[in-house]
Ligand binder design. Structure first.
Ligand code: PEP
Ligand code: MG
Length: 961
């Protein structure tokens, strides 16, 4: 059902003092009444306050209690973090989750605020929860007979993959290790777990460097002649464990702690601290996650995928998150712990193969995936471990996805009756739509490149779109080349880590030689819409030597060009042409049709030529909100006529040139009417200052001086040079005569129409002759003639009378009836302030917010964006670029005043916007709120605007105030 637009906000009219926000608020507030307390509250006031210690620790079974405390599911996620809340929720759904508990984000916030001290009572609550956990698991921390190991994982409200810390296998020491060897009979497994604990603990908790540990491991691998750690035998892992302990002693000058409780305590502190680590802060800054949320800590009984026999671990999404197909998708490894899968250091197997390896566990996984999708009504990203045939769920969260998948999944979930159409529309972001309007590799150019041998490799297609750029091999260079040198780059890495995110964000595309669909590179790329190919095993990337070698031995170096197709996984050497895809994807078409049924705001397009109008219509435009007629004057065959017309000395001479322009303009307009058959077409009369059509003054001066010098030096035929000089001097004289100090505030817009009436009469004649011709051929035409830059009602009155006389003549000549409208652009602040008077002579308004912003701020739209404005944005003097997003407090206020006054004078006044802001989602939300009839934007923004207008109608997009 289409949602009703919100009630229009009252605006303070001229001469009425504006209410301050505080006064407005006070006016709405009911008067305070001290007797208004409810009986219950009165009673509570009499009771002595009971001091209650805050609850900092929740067992997985306590999710209902958390909901009562937090008030909503969103609140639970805020309190327990996303991971913890979902583990608890899965426990409630009776899914197989190992026992565990959560230390809240509140505890983290107190810890950080108190200078890294646990809040009073927290640790005691943790110790009690450990006891409960021991009971539930039937094992004991540090016990010889049946030892319990736990993981200590970070988990904030919003997922920040890999940005914070985690420690696994807590509880191991020499004694526990020995008894576990006895219990499992698997020495290899025990020392694999033990060496992992020491390595993680040393780097995360003790902040020791990674390299000595990695070196020891790789030395051992080389000695054994094996590729990965899973191939190392027990004795090697035992030796590595000893070696790791020695590294800890050498680097930290203290031993690795053997007390499991101390391990847990320090690990908890380290996870809390990691909330403020550089990686986490950078990630939050890039994704807009607030810095004051804190992370929870999840303490979970360990289950092992690295036990011998039918054990393994994996990650999956409940649907394909690259293209959106409804199939389980992911990777797994036998005999491994979770980090092995995402690190990309071992070659993972596709999840479908789990069906062959362990059919029972695979079936169970499929069942759980369906349960989770039904429960969350959303595609899930899950982590699981299989310990000796038994499946355990370690995580579920909403899955990140590509734009293409987001749209298909949203549409499919409606068809499966899991969500409503409005939910589907809300779930798709304007940026998702944007993807369909982004370049892809051009088919013929791609085929030619492939034929010529430029296709150097193929990998996993994890984030679609074409990326063309110069190769760089590290994140800092990517950022430097892109931001400082303005180059387009492709970041090539063996695998990416969280420290590489700044380089990925700066790159056009990302290529890695290792990693699967759930690798770090893939997750980040999908989230930020960076075209990416991963797991290109045939490429040998050598970041130290800044080169990569293909399977055929071709070597590509830093700075060489590369073209990627994130949709197919193809990698080409060199640059390939790109094209913008057609928006005919059936899922996109369906979703946008739902958006159309929700939105109340019209979406029109700014289009100057019939081909633009056709494209706009195909993209869903419901009219043309702005045709800038002068753009047609700039074409090579027309400019000389326009120049002669401007420089004409007599009315007769000017009329002669205008007569040449008339049929050209008539044909332009006829093309627009034909393309938009039946839809409104708004044609703006000439706007820019005339000098814009004449040669540049400074260049003319230079040419005159050069010619004078050449004549003096006798450089060329004197006669020819003199003739040329004469022509240039004449033009310079004319240009100087028309020169203005501030042309944007000079003879332009309606002022020009009044000053040179013959010109606008010709334009209006061309519009109406084209409209009549179209009507005679049976077309439906709705011409709307728009007068730019009016500041007073008198200007409009005078101009309109002149033009209507011309129209009467045309209609009489053509002997056909064509309805037309006159309207104006509101582009100067005065026009908004006297909009009631202006509406007397205008049947429609269109806010020209480019000029209105320029004139309200008093800053040049042409110069400021490359000048001081960026400094203002950097220094936070302006929060947003007002030429991109409407400044709601200033320019927006004028719009509100204009709408209110205009409609006050003319009830059915049609009002739109045609400045660049018409395609900006935040500005579209504002236009919806203040009750505009339509937004008009570039054809390529039309699909985005359709969705943004639906979001505005659903009240989804918050505006600035
Ligand atoms: C405007 O000022 O917002 C507008 C649409 O006109 P132009 O950009 O052509 O000045
Ligand atoms: Mg303008």
């Amino acid at each position: 059902m289409p949602a009703k637009p919100k009630t229009k906000t009252k605006v303070a009219l001229r001469r009425q003092p504006a209410k301050t926000p505080a006064r407005k608020h006070a006016a709405k507030m009911p008067a305070r009444n001290k007797d208004a307390r409810t009986p219950a509250r009165k009673h509570a006031a009499k009771m002595p306050a009971r001091k209650q210690e805050p609850k900092y620790v929740y067992a997985f079974e306590e999710v209902r209690l958390a909901e009562r405390v937090a008030g909503s599911w969103d609140g639970v996620r805020g309190l327990l973090g996303g991971k913890g809340a979902n583990l608890a929720e899965m426990t409630k759904l009776a899914l197989p989750v190992p026992p565990g508990f959560i230390v809240t984000t509140e505890a983290c916030k107190s810890f950080l605020a108190a200078g890294e001290k646990f809040p009073t009572g927290m640790w005691e609550q943790v110790l009690k929860a450990v006891k409960d956990l021991e009971r539930a698991a039937g094992k004991k921390f540090g016990d010889r007979a049946n030892p319990l190991l736990v993981s200590c994982r970070s988990g904030a409200k919003f997922s920040m993959p890999g940005m914070m810390d985690t420690v696994l296998n807590i509880g191991l020491n020499d004694t526990v290790a020995e008894s576990m060897v006895r219990l499992t009979g698997d020495e290899r497994f025990v020392y694999d777990a033990y060496r992992r604990l020491i390595q993680m603990y040393a780097t995360v908790v003790m902040d020791l460097p990674r390299e000595p540990f990695e070196k020891l491991l790789s030395d051992q691998r080389s000695r054994r002649g094996v590729w990965n750690d899973a191939e190392l035998p027990a004795e090697d892992l035992k030796a590595i464990t000893e070696g790791f302990k020695k590294i800890v002693q050498q680097e930290a000058h203290r031993p690795f702690p053997t007390d499991p409780v101390e391990q847990l305590k320090l690990a908890t502190m380290a996870v809390f601290r990691s909330w403020n680590g550089k990686r986490a802060r950078d990630y939050r800054a890039a994704t807009g996650i607030p810095h004051d949320l804190g992370t929870a800590v999840n303490v979970v009984a360990m289950v092992f995928g690295n036990l011998a026999g039918d054990s393994g671990t994996g990650v999956a999404t409940t649907r394909n998150v690259t293209v959106g197909e409804n199939e389980l998708e992911g990777d797994f490894l036998m005999n491994a712990q979770g980090e092995d899968v995402v690190a990309g250091t071992r070659k993972t197997l596709p999840i479908a193969d789990l069906g062959k390896e362990m059919p029972k566990a695979y079936k169970e996984l499929q069942r759980i995936a369906r349960t989770l999708e039904k429960h969350y009504r959303e595609v899930q990203d899950i982590e699981f471990t299989i310990e000796r045939g038994k499946l355990w769920m370690l995580q579920t969260r909403d899955a990140k996805r590509t734009a293409q998948a987001a749209i298909r999944i949203a549409v499919d979930l409606v068809k499966e009756k899991l969500i409503t159409k409005a939910d589907a529309v809300k779930r798709v972001a304007p940026d998702h739509i944007d993807y369909f309007l982004h370049p892809q590799l051009e088919a013929a150019a791609r085929a030619k490149a492939a034929e010529s041998g430029a296709l150097i490799a193929t990998g996993l297609n994890v984030s679609p779109g074409a990326a063309i750029g110069q190769i760089v091999f590290d994140a800092d260079t990517a950022e430097h080349w892109s931001k400082k040198l303005g180059k387009k780059v492709i970041l090539v890495r063996a695998e990416t880590r969280p420290d590489d995110v700044h380089g990925m964000l700066a790159a056009e595309g990302v290529l890695t030689s290792r990693g699967g669909r759930t690798s770090h590179a893939a997750l980040v790329a999908r989230q930020f819409g960076i075209p990416t190919v991963v797991g290109v095993m045939s490429l040998e990337v050598n970041a130290d030597r800044k080169q990569m070698r293909t399977q055929s031995g071709q070597v590509l170096k830093e700075g060489d060009y590369l073209s990627l197709d994130g949709g197919t996984g193809e990698v080409f050497a060199g640059e390939i042409d790109t094209v913008v895809p057609d928006v005919t994807d059936p899922y996109l078409v369906q979703l946008l049709s739902w958006a159309d049924s929700i939105r109340t705001l019209g979406v029109w397009a700014n289009a100057d030529y019939p081909r633009d109008a056709e494209r706009a219509r195909k993209f869903g435009a419901e009219g043309i909100g702005l045709c800038r007629t002068e753009h047609m004057f700039f074409e090579a065959d027309r400019l000389p006529i326009v120049q002669s017309m401007i420089l004409a000395r007599t009315p007769e001479e000017r009329a002669e040139h205008l007569a040449k322009l008339l049929p050209i303009q008539r044909a332009d307009f006829a093309g627009l009417f034909k393309a938009m058959d039946g839809l409104p077409v708004t044609i703006r009369l000439i706007d820019p200052p005339l000098h814009e059509f004449l040669p540049n003054h400074d260049q003319l001066m230079k040419a005159v001086v050069e010619l004078e010098t050449r004549i003096r030096l006798k450089d060329g035929s004197a006669e020819e040079l003199e003739r040329e000089l004469h022509g240039k001097r004449k033009m310079l004289e004319n240009v100087e005569a028309m020169r203005e100090q501030n042309p944007m505030l000079g003879l332009r817009g309606v002022r020009l129409g009044i000053h040179m009436p013959e010109l606008v009469r010709m334009q209006v004649r061309a519009i109406m002759e084209a409209a009549c011709a179209c009507a005679k051929q049976g077309g439906k035409v709705k011409p709307k003639i728009m007068i730019p830059l009016a500041a007073t009602s008198k200007e409009l009155q005078v101009q309109r009378e002149l033009l209507e006389e011309e129209i009467r003549q045309v209609l009489a000549e053509q002997k056909v009836k064509v309805a037309y409208q006159f309207g104006t652009m509101i582009e100067v602040p005065r026009a908004a302030i006297v909009a009631d008077q202006i509406a007397e002579y205008a049947e429609f308004f269109s806010f020209g917010t480019n000029d209105l912003t320029q004139m309200t701020f008093g800053v040049s739209r042409d110069d400021s964006e490359t000048g001081f404005l960026s400094e203002y944005l950097q220094k936070g003097i302006l929060e947003k670029n007002p030429f991109a997003t409407i400044d709601q407090q200033g320019v927006g206020y004028l719009i509100e005043v204009g709408v209110k006054l205009g409609r006050g004078r003319r009830k059915n006044l049609e009002i739109g916007i045609c400045g660049e802001h018409g395609g900006d989602p935040a500005s579209i939300a504002f236009c919806h709120r203040v009750g505009l009839d339509y937004v008009s934007c570039s054809p390529f923004r039309v699909p985005v605007a359709r969705l943004a207008a639906a979001h505005a109608a659903l009240g989804d997009v918050k505006d600035q105030r």
